[in-house]
Ligand binder design. Structure first.
Ligand code: HGY
Ligand code: MN
Ligand code: MN
Length: 421
């Protein structure tokens, strides 16, 4: 087996590339914003694609807009080892979510080439399009297309301006209709491993440098529409009101309360309220609430989904306000493959590193790649457990260590026969 030390990353090069890619963001906003289809995202992907080429990965861009690099293996063709992540961010996000996995994948490929380490399997590195939640309500656009779960209905979803996702993809240079038919098959993937920041506090609190992910949380996102009755805020007695904004506010508290009782990893978040007419002196008659619930425990998630709607409906009825709930996504929890977990933990131990098992409360492209082959994820610590904010921080040495574990994992997976995974 390759000398694992020799595959250690060039940490200076890796840190410089992280800083370089982070420079592509909307500097008029706090933190780092490189949202899907934005100009900063478009510009960043030109740089990322040139980096793939510099690393000898001969990049192509598929119909969905995924940047795909390939380092041929000895066997040539056949099921590949796949790694990667995403380079889009949430608005006012951080500098590490997603790009750590893409740049680590490039670094591993470059170290394999520089050390003359030939794998049997091809190594494929992917920058997946549009992983983050967005106004279209469809995250993981690129990995869904690869997994064959991007649908025509998804392409018809519109953002707040009425723009179709399919049209936005076309304007970005993708071919959405072709993306619906570009799915990879199970014969294309020997194994998928993604390096990602934990985005939570567990590794830092327990003092472990490496997390071996047990499962990726399921995510159910809803849009609740409240229809009340408008009127004069000064003359309408309180008992006569059907205030849509009050109903939406009560729903926000319901969402929080139901998750706070979760016996396992279960969380719920209200992200956004829109209300009209939105002026003082007038009682609100229309309100919309976007919220989500997540858990690695599917049975809790399904129960919470039902309970939230029942309780919001009861509160709303009591106020004489009408309710309509639309579920925007229902991504079930996805367990990682035990065999891949064992390889990751063995790789960490082989490098003398401490590791612990951790759930992922965050969603990832890996959840979709799991449909194509054995999937695993490696986490590195997030300082103060913060993410999706300008304070997002992971120490460069932790990123380098995680990249080293990724290299060792891929080398070991390369030696594992398909049936063993
Ligand atoms: O929102 C998430 O869970 C991920 O960061 N896209
Ligand atoms: Mn991410
Ligand atoms: Mn994210």
């Amino acid at each position: 087996m390759a000398d694992l030390d020799v595959l250690a990353p060039d940490s200076g090069r890796l840190a410089e590339r992280l800083a370089r890619l982070s420079e592509y963001h909307d500097s008029t906003l706090p933190g780092w914003s490189r949202e899907v289809f934005s100009e900063s995202y478009r510009a960043s992907r030109e740089w990322t694609r040139s980096l793939f080429a510099e690393a000898g990965l001969n990049p192509t861009v598929d119909a969905a807009g995924n940047i795909i690099g390939r380092l041929p293996g000895r066997a040539g063709g056949g099921p590949a080892l796949v790694t990667g992540s995403h380079t889009d961010t949430v608005q006012n996000g951080g500098r590490y979510d997603g790009i750590v996995g893409v740049l680590a994948g490039v670094e591993v490929a470059q170290r394999l080439r520089e050390t003359g380490t030939r794998l049997d399997h091809d190594l494929v590195v992917v920058d997946f399009l549009g992983e983050e939640a967005n106004e279209f309500g469809i995250s993981c656009m690129g990995s869904r297309a690869v997994a064959g779960t991007l649908t025509a209905d998804h392409l018809d979803r519109v953002d707040g301006t009425g723009l179709r996702l399919g049209t936005a993809m076309e304007r970005f240079g993708s071919d959405p209709d072709a993306a619906l038919g570009q799915a990879w098959g199970p014969s294309d993937v020997h194994g998928y491993v993604e390096l990602h920041i934990e985005q939570g506090p567990l590794l830092e609190r327990s003092g472990h440098g490496i997390g071996v992910v047990t499962a990726i949380a399921g995510i159910d996102r809803l849009l609740a529409h409240f229809a009340g009755r408008t009127g004069h805020a000064g003359t309408t007695p309180m008992g006569d009101r059907h205030d849509a904004l009050v109903s939406a506010a009560a729903a926000v508290l319901t969402v929080e309360r139901i998750a706070c009782g979760a016996p396992v990893h279960g969380v719920a978040t209200s992200g956004h309220i829109q209300s009209t007419p939105g002026s003082m002196g007038v009682i609100t008659d229309q309100a919309r609430l976007w919220a989500e619930i997540r858990s690695v425990d599917g049975s809790w998630l399904h129960g919470a989904r039902r309970q939230i709607v029942e309780e919001i409906a009861a509160e709303t009825r009591a106020r004489g306000v009408e309710l309509d709930v639309e579920w925007l996504s229902d991504q079930d929890p996805v367990p990682t493959a035990e065999a891949v977990r064992d390889v990751i933990s063995g790789a960490a131990e082989g490098l003398g590193l401490s590791w612990r098992a951790v759930p992922s409360g965050a969603g990832h492209d890996a959840a979709h790649l799991a449909r194509l082959g054995p999937m695993g994820m490696i986490f590195v610590p997030s300082v103060d457990g913060r993410s999706h904010c300008p304070e997002e921080m992971t120490a460069p040495e932790d990123i380098a260590t995680g990249t080293h574990v990724l290299a060792a994992t891929l080398v070991q997976l390369d030696k594992s026969p398909a049936r063993a995974l």
